[in-house]
Design a protein. Structure first.
Length: 224
């Protein structure tokens, strides 16, 4: 995007990089302008190219003047401080605390889901039987979504009603559930998780990101 106030967001391949999607979606949903720096993370020399932008050698990274932030939650907190005009975290104190809790859980947990069901936006890979680890992760995510929606979601279709940072954190999970055909009913869903996935996946911003992922895959000559 042009006309930015100095934000440059370093991201990886849109088909695969779930962590890149999170700050990108957050900034787009709140209308915070930025310039994209795209790095193909699956080609030779990737780490060296990323190190030109981020000391961690990983994406995403947010660059603002001479400042570089290379952690998604740190990026989120920085943007929340810089843009108090937006409810990046929910306005209600209790809801805001819970949004941070579930976002931190997403940030640090669900290893089985991450490793066995990596983000692959443009593919359809239904899995008939998942591992015990994935089953636990899916059930816990469904529980988090149901709890959040029941307690705080009465003002909109997202986890805390209106779109917040928590939704940016969980958005890649909704894409994983679609890609792998997750049976949410078998993991405790009462319809809440399915409706939440639909709310995320129907966002124009998600479709824009997905279309870019398709174009990237086509350019690489990869069938999908």
């Amino acid at each position: 995007m042009s006309g930015s106030p100095g934000y440059r967001l370093v991201i990886g391949n849109k088909n695969y990089s779930s962590w890149s999607l999170r700050p990108w979606l957050l900034m787009r949903m709140f209308g915070i302008p930025f310039d994209e720096i795209n790095v193909d993370i699956y080609s030779p020399g990737t780490r060296a190219r990323i190190l030109e932008h981020s000391p961690s050698g990983k994406v995403p990274a947010l660059k603002v003047g001479g400042l570089t932030l290379w952690d998604t939650l740190a990026i989120t907190e920085y943007l929340a401080e810089q843009h108090p005009e937006f409810a990046i975290w929910p306005k209600n104190r209790e809801a805001r605390a819970m949004a941070r809790v579930v976002s931190a859980e997403m940030h640090s947990g669900f290893d089985a889901l991450r490793s066995e069901m990596p983000m692959d936006l443009v593919s359809s890979k239904p899995v008939e039987e998942v591992s015990k680890g994935v089953a636990r992760d899916v059930a816990r995510i469904v529980e988090v979504w149901k709890m959040s929606r029941a307690a705080y979601g009465n003002e909109g279709p997202f986890l805390f009603g209106e779109f917040s940072a928590a939704d940016a954190m969980f958005a890649p999970v909704a894409t994983r559930f679609r890609t792998y055909g997750a049976d949410l009913d078998a993991h405790g869903d009462d319809g809440t998780a399915r409706a939440y996935c639909e709310a995320i996946l129907s966002l124009a911003e998600i479709e824009e990101w997905t279309q870019a992922g398709r174009e990237e895959m086509s350019e690489l000559g990869t069938p999908y």
